[in-house]
Design a binder for this molecule. Sequence first.
Ligand SMILES: Nc1ncnc2c1ncn2[C@@H]1O[C@H](COP(=O)(O)OP(=O)(O)OP(=O)(O)O)[C@@H](O)[C@H]1O
Length: 334
Amino acid sequence: MTDGGLAGGFTEGFTDDFIVLEGVEKVFEVRKKAGFLKRERRQVRAVDSISFTVARGEMVGYIGPNGAGKSTTIKMLTGILTPSAGRLRVAGIDPSRERRRLAHRIGVVFGQRTTLWWDLPLIDSYRLAHRMYRIPEDRYRENLDRCVELLELGALLDVPVRQLSLGQRMRGDIAAALLHDPKVLYLDEPTIGLDVVSKAKVRGFLRELNAERGTTVLLTTHDLQDIEQLCSRVMVIDHGRLMYDGALAGLHEAGESERTLVVDLERELPPVEVPSARVVRVEGPRQWLAFPAGQSAAPLVAHLAAEYPLVDLSVREPDIEAVIAKMYAEKAVS
Ligand SMILES: Nc1ncnc2c1ncn2[C@@H]1O[C@H](COP(=O)(O)OP(=O)(O)OP(=O)(O)O)[C@@H](O)[C@H]1O
């Protein structure tokens, strides 16, 4: 893929570290009522000294509980908010200083809000984007045709946005964010409220976009299946701090998660006794044993086979949702 197309001078200041944050902070001053007339000033440290880099073409999940600082980070990356401290660059550009120039390189989709014109047919929002971003005619046509095909928008182009279902509207929003060929796409909850089929369509499209065009994607979501299906790397933020940055698989270790061995016995028995595993559930002849995710199941199986009338068994991987919930909980008490 080339960097050609719309953005002239794109290579200026460009490195393979496409998104760079160094010690970035965002502190909000809030005033709180403290009596009849008195107001107290308070500082909220929404983002607290965060550093990371994202290489061109990476697809990274950015997750955390409510109020963790995800949206604030995204707003700084788009230039809507200026960091209180630290250094931030996207495609070599300082977002808050050169917001307009950056706008040609980035696409943003907020699942909870639409950028489409509510009362106008979908196609009109695209025509406006065409003019606003001064997209060359052939690029616009090509990008629109591609989005219409892959996101199945053909029958919806003449429908006013307010009449679209949530899933249709979301696909419409994603197309709108991509018509100007952005090099980076920020997605904030792109599958929120969508049914299973719509989710699959959106995820399939994003996978293809990333693979074919090398678009760098930063994805914020509460749906961990989005992460599991799209991102090989995940960053976890809590209380404005980066708690984890690495492979999705590594989260299991970071969260000290457990795997489950499900055993079927010949008959109903009291909970089995096996070293370094504990029975967490019993249902008739079936028992569930939890053991550390980093440990091999082989010795447990050998012990069970030797000591108990074993019929069948299977190992279940930890549920990522549970792992992350545990991470948050541990952080909260520490
Ligand atoms: N404009 C603002 N003024 C004051 N405080 C703010 C402002 N914007 C965000 N905050 C505070 O900063 C913290 C981080 O908020 P942020 O919206 O970034 O979290 P989030 O991770 O996106 O949460 P959610 O998952 O709920 O969207 C919260 O405590 C929030 O109340």
